[in-house]
Ligand binder design. Structure first.
Ligand code: HEM
Length: 144
């Protein structure tokens, strides 16, 4: 089976649009995660993610954005935030009735990207541009 046929069988682009919409609705409402996205519109990040996931899942490559290490170099990403994000993503898969093969491929790709965006401390975060802030917010729910 060709990569493109396999991508369509997993649900194709329309399935990525639906999952990302449900997922980012949750992210933009989440008290901790939403703070990381204040500078960027939900529609823009959804569009970037749909193109990015389409590329890495074997669909047509329309993605012209940054590779994950550069896109996240100013963001403090540790196990805690990765797991909170993953939980919202798993909820989105269920609500969108995503195909099991799409879910397992997506989660395994995310695990590989985790290795290249993970930081042990904020000292490892670097600004991409002078105008960037280092994004690191406390998880108040955990401390409550
Ligand atoms: C394996 C998991 C992840 C993947 C595959 C991923 C993927 C991406 C991609 C493709 C972009 C767009 C890149 C571009 O600007 O061209 C992006 C942006 C972004 N991601 Fe992630 N991400 C992941 C985890 C996270 C986590 C845990 C956070 C924590 C809050 C996060 C926060 C952000 C933010 C804030 C942006 C916008 C950056 C900006 O343009 O200022 N991501 N991500």
């Amino acid at each position: 089976m060709s990569k493109l046929v396999a991508f369509e069988k997993m649900g194709g682009r329309s399935s990525l649009i639906l999952i990302n919409k449900i997922f980012y609705d949750k992210v933009y409402k989440h008290p901790w995660l939403k703070q990381y996205f204040e500078h960027i519109s939900q529609q823009l990040i959804e569009n970037q993610q749909v193109d990015f996931m389409q590329k890495v899942l074997g669909g047509e490559n329309l993605y012209v954005g940054k590779a994950p290490p550069v896109a996240h170099m100013h963001i403090m990403i540790n196990e805690d935030i990765f797991q909170v994000r993953k939980k919202l993503l798993e909820e989105a898969f269920i609500e969108a009735q995503a195909k099991p093969e799409l879910i397992s491929k997506w989660l395994s790709l995310d695990n590989s990207f985790k290795r290249v965006i993970f930081k042990d401390s904020t000292a490892q975060c670097k600004r991409r541009f002078n105008t960037d802030s280092i994004l690191d917010f406390p998880n108040d729910e955990k401390n409550a």
